[in-house]
Design a protein around this ligand. Structure first.
Ligand SMILES: CC(C)(COP(=O)(O)OP(=O)(O)OC[C@H]1O[C@@H](n2cnc3c(N)ncnc32)[C@H](O)[C@@H]1OP(=O)(O)O)[C@@H](O)C(=O)NCCC(=O)NCCS
Length: 191
C-alpha cells in the first residue's frame, strides 16, 4: 500500500459555493502557520482552555512543514470580498495525523476542526471534515478519530449529524495523558 498522500495530492483545492459563501479547502502551507496559530488560540478560547496553549507559530512551522511532519493541515479560505470583520480570509482549519489501531489498522486522527464564528453554518466545517475523511480513505485508513469536550453539545451534535458515534458513551474509553514531571519520571523509570 502507498504511503499517506499529501493533502494537495488527493485532488486540487476544492472550491465550494454552499449557501451564500464561496470558499476553498486546500492543503496548509508554511505561510499559513500564523493564521493556524491564531485560530488555535481562538479554538482554545472557545473551549475555555486558553491557558493550555503553549504552541508557537515557529513550533507549527517546524513540526508541520519539515521533512517528517508530525501533523498535516488543511485550510478553509474565502475570497477577499468575503473576508472577516478583522480582515481574515483564512477562516477555518483542521489539523490531522496518521495513527494505527491494533484492531483496525491505519487510522487518521483529527486533532482540531475549527471555523471562525462569522463563517459557521455555511458548510465549511462539513467540507473540512469531509476532506480529512477523503485523505484518510486515500491513505488506506479505516477510522477517523477525534475528541470533543463533554459540554460542547453543539459540536457533539454536529459530529453525530455526520454519522460519527460516541466511543466514550458506547465503549467506556477514557482519554489518558502523561506529561510534564510525570512524563520525565516515567521516562527515567522513577517509582
Ligand atoms: C463544529 C464546527 C466546526 C462546525 O462547522 P460549521 O461550518 O459551522 O458547520 P457546517 O455549516 O459545515 O454544518 C454542516 C452540517 O452540520 C449541521 N450542524 C452544524 N452545527 C450543528 C449543530 N450544532 N447541531 C446539529 N447539526 C449541526 C449543519 O446543519 C449542517 O447540516 P446540513 O449540511 O445537513 O445542512 C464549527 O461550528 C466550530 O468551529 N465550532 C467551534 C469549535 C469547535 O467546537 N470545534 C470542534 C472541537 S471538537
Amino acid at each position: 500500500m502507498q504511503p499517506p498522500p499529501h493533502p494537495s495530492e488527493v485532488e486540487p483545492p476544492c472550491r465550494r459555493r454552499d449557501r451564500d459563501m464561496d470558499f476553498t479547502i486546500r492543503a496548509a502551507t508554511l505561510e499559513d502557520c500564523k493564521d493556524i496559530s491564531r485560530m488555535i488560540a481562538e479554538l482554545a478560547e472557545y473551549e475555555k482552555v486558553s491557558d493550555q496553549v503553549k504552541i508557537t507559530q515557529r513550533d507549527l512551522e517546524q513540526d508541520g512543514f519539515s521533512k517528517n511532519p508530525f501533523f498535516h493541515g488543511i485550510i478553509a479560505e474565502v475570497p477577499e470580498h468575503h473576508r472577516s470583520k478583522d480582515g481574515h480570509t483564512k477562516v477555518g482549519y483542521s489539523l490531522y495525523f496518521y495513527t494505527y489501531s491494533s484492531w483496525k489498522g491505519r487510522a487518521v486522527y483529527m486533532e482540531d476542526l475549527y471555523v471562525m464564528p462569522e463563517f459557521r453554518g455555511k458548510g465549511i466545517g462539513k467540507a473540512l471534515m469531509s476532506k480529512v475523511a477523503q485523505l484518510g480513505l486515500a491513505a488506506g485508513c479505516h477510522q477517523l478519530n477525534f475528541a470533543v469536550l463533554d459540554w460542547n453539545k453543539a459540536s457533539l451534535e454536529f459530529y453525530l449529524s455526520q454519522g460519527c458515534w460516541d466511543v466514550t458513551a458506547d465503549m467506556g474509553y477514557h482519554c489518558m495523558r502523561c506529561e510534564g514531571d510525570a512524563l520525565e519520571h516515567l521516562a527515567q523509570g522513577d517509582p
